[in-house]
Design a protein around this ligand. Structure first.
Ligand SMILES: Cc1cc2nc3c(=O)[nH]c(=O)nc-3n(C[C@H](O)[C@H](O)[C@H](O)COP(=O)(O)O)c2cc1C
Length: 458
């Protein structure tokens, strides 16, 4: 009896020690990736298509700061706590972390990073830790569902750590939110310890919210045809991250929503979740390369401050930047300006975002003049967790290829929201520098904040 008890203890010990106990086998299968046309707040880049995914293991929780520090000796996170998810890490750092952890545990590293990070080769047959592909991530998040979220009920602040004031579909129901099944809740404004809420049906904690999660793929259009174990385009300028974070609106937590950022950029709401191969994973190598981009700019380093402002806060920031730099400055005006009335503009702005409108700009910039600028310092207010649509018009009207965009955003608490993803998608060939987010007018700290930000971008 004593022997049996000892054996039992040993088995339990081995099971709990094993790293794999934190990993869940995601049995493969075929699913519809993307969203149907009927899904509210979908984007055009979510084209529905059939994808087959081989079995793989996925961590039940996001990588914590303790886990990150044990491997790298560092902790770059904006919010600190051992059990909080690591954030403010670049895609390249995430990939290096996967390799370092693999080496530490005697597994074979899956990535080879060369050419200063411009080329990344993935050995698909290797057993080491890695990032999920975008398809693996969405397959696991959906847990067999085809609805916007894995739960029938729209997630609220008691289910997920996100911008709880703004659950799914709040935008068009802002003045009548009692019709929403999930009511606005608390906005915590920070990350929470991993696993603070119930997991999705397949046991994955915080798959929505807390921090967005880097995926392997370059961002690009989906193929409409059936795919098996897709790994994204071979070349690109942005990498995908998924799931939304602590400051994202409900619409950006959807299983199909795709966020994107440069592989060398980081954000306080983006971290990672590890996966490793199952026994039937595909073999072979995937080679990805950063796309080469040429600029029509003069190369003389001239910069332009260009901004849209509705109630003056962004204008104030723009003027402070101009005061400190002496750069040329332009305020965007519209052919049909938005209403001066706050309630009306809230409606107009959500309507325009909902239909991805491109309001016509009254402001025109001479194309020859435009060629002189290599850096565009781009300002806007955060509107419904993204850019005001006039900024989309601007980004599509002028050539941003090879130019550096330095974004600055005035907001009422949501910081950038998903505005940086919107810019990254609309100007895919621009290099995006570090952004500045300013709470309303920025207050007395504004001059110093602007000065530091300009220094950081030098
Ligand atoms: C239509 C509209 C939508 C807004 N949406 C958000 C939002 O999603 N998140 C946020 O933090 N602030 C939001 N705000 C607040 C503005 O970002 C904030 O007041 C900003 O300082 C306005 O800049 P401006 O004075 O340059 O227009 C919104 C304001 C308006 C008018």
């Amino acid at each position: 009896m004593k022997k049996l008890f000892l054996l039992f203890c040993m088995i339990i010990g081995v099971l709990t020690m094993a790293q794999a106990s934190d990993f869940i086998l995601i049995k493969g299968g075929t699913f519809q990736m993307g969203s149907p046309d009927s899904e509210d707040w979908r984007s055009n880049d979510e084209v529905l298509h059939s994808v087959t995914v081989s079995p793989f293991y996925m961590a039940s929780h996001e990588v914590t700061q303790q886990e990150w520090r044990e491997v790298t000796g560092k902790n770059p996170s904006s919010f600190t706590g051992d059990n909080l998810p690591v954030e403010s890490i670049t895609w390249l750092e995430a990939v290096e972390f996967c390799n370092a952890l693999s080496r530490k545990e005697g597994k074979t590293p899956v990535y080879k990073v060369s050419d200063g990070g411009r080329t990344v080769t993935w050995d698909r047959g290797a057993d080491g830790y890695r990032l999920p592909t975008e398809a693996e991530w969405e397959f696991a998040a959906r847990a067999g569902t085809t609805t916007p979220f894995y739960s029938k009920r729209v997630p609220g602040a008691d289910d997920v750590n996100f911008y709880g004031h703004y659950p799914y579909q709040i935008e068009q129901n802002y003045f009548n939110d009692s019709v929403l099944e999930t009511q606005p809740g608390v906005y915590r404004g920070k990350t929470l310890p991993v696993g603070s809420f119930k997991p999705n049906p397949w046991g994955l904690y915080d798959i929505y919210g807390n921090v967005g999660e880097w995926c392997f793929d370059y961002y690009g259009d989906y193929s409409a045809s059936n795919q098996t174990d897709p790994a994204g385009p071979d070349s690109g300028t942005r990498r995908v991250y998924r799931g939304g974070g602590w400051n994202d609106f409900g619409k950006n937590l959807r299983s199909a929503y795709r966020a994107a950022m440069q592989q060398s950029s980081s954000a306080y709401n983006v971290g990672l979740r590890l996966v490793f191969n199952g026994d039937k994973s595909p073999s072979g190598t995937v080679v990805t390369k950063e796309a080469a981009v040429t600029s029509s700019g003069s190369g003389k380093g001239k910069a332009l401050i260009i901004y849209y402002s509705w109630s003056g806060n962004t204008r104030g920031v723009a003027r402070e930047i101009q005061k400190q730099t002496g750069y040329d400055i332009i305020e965007l005006e519209l052919v049909k300006p938005y209403s001066n009335n706050y309630s009306t503009v809230l409606n107009e702005a959500q309507r325009d975002q909902h239909k991805q409108a491109r309001p016509e700009l009254k402001t025109k910039i001479d194309k020859k003049k435009w060629e002189e600028y290599d850096t565009i310092i781009l300002g806007y207010p955060n509107w419904w967790a993204s850019i005001p649509m006039p900024i989309a018009t601007l980004l599509e009207s002028y050539d941003f290829a090879g130019r550096t965009i330095l974004p600055f955003c005035s907001h009422g608490g949501g910081r950038f929201g998903q505005s940086l993803t919107a810019i990254a998608k609309l100007a895919p060939k621009a290099k995006i520098g570090k952004g500045l987010s300013v709470h309303y007018s920025g207050g007395p700290a504004l001059p110093k904040d602007v000065e530091n930000w300009l220094k950081d971008n030098r």
